[in-house]
Design a protein. Structure first.
Length: 897
């Protein structure tokens, strides 16, 4: 418990009194420069050297008319000084996180342990503190993450940051005055809400030629600013954040305020924490631009692991080239422009499997995208100078890249809030175990049996008339007592629910966690989190008592403050990323039933309610055979689930209904989420141990939804196999008449209530692991409502659309198969071309024929009868034959050697 000497009410009162008396000056400007006095100038210099945005004018230069800010440095007569200053991105937004550098100087001969606590805004109820060791005659820097209040609690574009230095003596805490004899030091932080922020990592500070390094950064800034200004209506007033430190702050949310990151050098090669932070920031919706000509392959591999799926062939210098930019809408060749210069530009020839290549030179990809989690990575293999002309005009290629890159960061879906009903459902009385009832009833039967045998030998069986009812009454009383005790007593419980997204490329997992805490009596939570987890309360408890997050030197955090009140459920949330001690893998292939794979890394006996998802494709229920070696995952074609169903069967338990509602909230969202990307296995299992501890009085329960990407292997040649619908992607085909608008391939939705005749040309793409192959049969299942019309399906036969199915008055769920060998030939893009169409109504056709036959001239025939396609699902039967050799089209994205 925080001592009353440091209560939030007392801190707030003290700050107000000091401000009214003019003893506490709030700086008008936001200065991120040195905060120490002359006697610790060396410390300030050291801290500034670690300031990663030292050349960011918006972060370092206070307004010219601002008065000098009161120095919020804490010092004591012994000469020990502690300074807190913004670090990291140095741009803050309401509702986000900020990184602070905590710098201490100890000129004495004694080691000391310092405690510094800060709070943001005018609410001292929530504080963030750090406890760090400061050796004798040394200076040391540590870091501290702080949460910025939401915009509703901030007035204007500035917020105060207050620092308190705490001294401990005999179990009590007290303030330590700063150099101005004030207990609280205050400075202002400038907020930059609704701004697009870009960070730049280039060559490290130890680059041999500093002049060349500065010139490289200047050229990079010129190219990036030109691209950004070319696609924005109003150029940003904030410059690009150019990180100058070799090490980033290893704090939670250190990169939250960045929308994009440009990596054009090996600045991060020695910063393992920085590499982890950027990798996890990308997976949470960030966009990264990696310039391969300036960045080493080893750094890219450290950053992305197996997601860096490209191969560098060679490097060349070009004085002139033709840059071809792909049309982003049609997906076909777009503009081509010439570039030339006396100064050559570097180009790397690379091979890539990316299906989103934006620019090419001589057929070789020089700009391509790769999705990573909820974020994206842009790779470029052309030097920065090659993206602008010598007269500073932006190339069409850079213009297209900038339109996609300089956008606000993708917002990840709030999985923690979506899981709240799951943990709430776990708080309640416990139903007695079946084993308990079995023991009580077994003892009752045993007593009757022993009594019967005993009295049978004594020929006194009439006494059984008394024993049986007495034993039954006693058993009934015991069962009622057990049931009553369970129904009236809710145990102190911590219920946990997690969404675990496995990242095989780096053997990591992103974990979203919510915990519901209930206590029978008031007491301390005893909440301690490991260095990789930041656990925060989800509700404003509305108390005047101080809550403090204390970060220790080893990175663990401890909650100090009011305990858990009795009879109240409170929630704690966290988003973390961990390195898996044991890789979790699902490898498999297709067989005669569908998909079959082997699950490793988790206990298959704990797995429940498994699904294969690949949004927006239909889901397939799976069966996990725990008795098989490693756990066999079986997903037959026949177990495809209809839209809106996430768990097979009609009789669901309460737990399954709660899980179904969660799936409906998350997977049916129009925003989409990497949880639904795939193909992946979604399965419920035991939660991961993240090193979060609570007091011993709490019982623990919980479950985790684990998302495991499926790694497909090529099926055996000469064996017939089936491909479930979950593994087949549907795309809108771009033809001479454009691309259909009837079907949205991103959401999988069809336009409702159509009245005109229309046709949708689609391309069904099969997994790369199965191609090339020979299709033998395609089974189509669809739901349609087209009364008084003709529904038809066309396939390409010898390059011409040919009717392969037709039905009048098609209504409800219909199924049909396409078995014609000519109709099942794959398109050059590697997919199956099919067109689904509906004619005009029979009544309209009849009216048109009548008017044409009579020669009448009149108004155009109006067709008001509506029709609609709800869904189209397709599964395939195929075989890999010896004649299935790779086609030349498969090399289209690898360039022309």
């Amino acid at each position: 418990m925080i001592p009353t000497t440091l209560s939030a009410a007392k801190i707030h009162h003290m700050v107000c009194v000091l401000a009214m008396c003019g003893l506490l000056v709030h700086p008008a400007g936001c200065s991120t420069g040195a905060m120490a006095q002359d006697d610790v100038s060396a410390t300030t210099a050291a801290a500034s050297a670690n300031d990663p945005s030292a050349n960011d004018p918006s972060a370092n230069d206070p307004p010219a008319n601002d008065p000098p800010a009161d120095d919020p440095q804490a010092g004591d007569p012994a000469g020990i000084a502690v300074t807190v200053m913004p670090s990291g991105v140095q741009r803050f937004a309401s509702g986000g996180w900020a990184s602070l550098a905590v710098v201490g100087v100890n000129p004495t001969d004694q080691d000391v342990e310092e405690v510094v606590s800060v709070f943001v805004g005018d609410d001292p109820n929530l504080q963030f503190s750090t406890r760090f060791w400061l050796p004798a005659r040394s200076k040391r820097q540590s870091w501290l993450p702080v949460a910025i209040p939401p915009s509703g609690r901030i007035d204007g574009n500035r917020v105060d940051l207050s620092m308190i230095r705490i001294a401990e003596s005999e179990g009590e805490e007290s303030f330590t005055d700063n150099v101005n004899q004030m207990p609280v030091s205050v400075r202002s932080l400038m907020l930059v809400d609704n701004e697009i922020n870009t960070g730049l990592f280039a060559d490290p500070l130890d680059f041999e030629d500093s002049t060349e390094r500065d010139a490289i950064r200047e050229r990079l800034n010129t190219v990036l600013n030109a691209g950004r200004d070319a696609v924005t209506m109003s150029p940003s007033d904030l410059p690009i954040v150019s990180f100058l430190s070799n090490f980033m702050p290893p704090t939670y949310g250190a990169l939250d305020e960045l929308d994009q990151v440009v990596i054009a050098g090996d600045q991060l090669r020695y910063d393992s924490d920085g590499v982890l932070a950027i990798r996890r920031w990308i997976r949470r919706g960030g966009r990264a631009w990696i310039m391969l000509d300036a960045t080493s392959r080893s750094l890219v591999d450290d950053l992305l692991g197996d997601d860096a799926d490209f191969t560098v062939i060679d490097r060349s210098e070009l004085n002139a080239f033709e840059l071809q930019t792909i049309d982003p809408i049609k997906g076909t060749d777009g503009s081509t422009e010439s570039w030339s210069s006396e100064n050559p530009v570097t180009m790397l020839r690379v091979l890539t499997q990316s299906d989103d290549v934006v620019c090419r030179i001589d057929g070789w990809p020089v700009a391509f995208w790769k999705p990573v989690g909820d974020g994206e990575v842009l790779f470029t293999a052309l030097g920065a100078d090659g993206w602008i002309h010598s007269d500073r005009r932006v190339t069409a290629g850079l213009n297209q890249l900038a339109r996609e890159f300089f956008e606000p960061k993708n917002q990840s879906q709030d999985l923690v809030a979506a899981m709240k009903p799951i943990v709430d459902d776990q708080i309640g009385y416990q139903i007695p175990r079946r084993s308990t009832a079995a023991i009580v009833l077994g003892i009752n039967a045993l007593v009757i049996l022993i009594g019967g045998v005993w009295w049978a030998r004594q020929r006194r069986l009439e006494r059984m008339a008394l024993l049986v009812p007495v034993s039954a009454i006693v058993t009934t009383v015991i069962m009622l007592a057990i049931g009553s005790s369970h129904a009236t007593a809710i145990p102190s419980t911590v219920a946990t629910s997690q969404v675990v997204q496995v990242r095989p490329a780096t053997d990591e997992a992103d974990v979203s966690t919510i915990r519901a805490v209930y206590s029978q009596q008031s007491g301390e939570l005893g909440l301690i989190s490991s260095h990789q987890v930041m656990t925060m309360p989800m509700e404003n408890v509305g108390t005047s008592e101080t809550r403090r997050v204390s970060l220790e030197d080893d990175g663990t955090s401890r909650w100090l403050g009011p305990g858990q009140p009795p009879g109240v459920v409170r929630h704690l949330g966290s988003d973390s990323a961990i390195t898996l001690q044991q890789p979790i893998r699902l490898r498999g292939t297709f067989d005669g039933e569908g998909f079959r794979g082997t699950l490793r890394g988790i206990d298959p006996n704990t797995c429940q309610d498994g699904l294969i998802v690949a949004s927006p494709a239909p889901m397939t229920a799976v069966t996990i055979d725990a008795d098989a070696a490693g756990g066999q995952v079986i997903a037959p074609v026949s177990d495809r689930l209809p839209p809106g169903q996430f768990i097979p069967g009609s009789m669901l338990t309460d737990q399954q209904r709660t899980r179904r509602d969660f799936f409906d909230t998350v997977l049916s969202s129009a925003d989409g989420h990497s949880l639904g990307q795939g193909p992946s296995l979604l399965v419920w299992t035991d939660p991961l141990d993240l090193g979060v501890q609570f007091a011993d009085r709490f019982d623990h329960s919980g479950a985790a939804l684990m998302s495991i990407p499926i790694q497909l292997e090529r099926p055996a040649a000469g064996v017939e196999f089936r491909i479930p619908s979950s593994f087949i992607r549907t795309k809108a085909f771009w033809g001479p008449q454009g691309r259909t608008t009837l079907f949205n391939p991103r959401t999988g939705k069809w336009l409702p209530e159509m009245t005109k005749a229309a046709e949708a040309r689609l391309l069904f793409q099969f997994p790369d692991a199965a191609r090339p192959m020979t299709l033998q049969r395609v089974n189509v299942t669809m739901k349609i409502n087209a009364p008084s019309r003709t529904f038809f399906v066309n396939a390409l036969v010898d390059g011409q659309p040919t009717r392969v199915f037709q039905r009048d008055n098609a209504t409800g769920v219909i199924e049909f198969a396409i078995e014609s060998e000519d109709a099942l030939r794959l398109h050059a893009d590697g997919g199956l071309w099919l067109a689904f169409g509906v004619t005009e109504s029979f009544e309209a056709t009849e009216q048109r024929a009548t008017r044409s036959g009579s020669g009448e001239a009149g108004d155009q025939v109006v067709d008001n009868a509506t029709w609609q396609i709800d869904y189209v699902h397709l599964d395939a039967v195929a075989q890999i034959n010896a004649s299935d050799l790779p086609s030349l089209d498969e090399a289209s994205d690898t360039g022309t050697p």
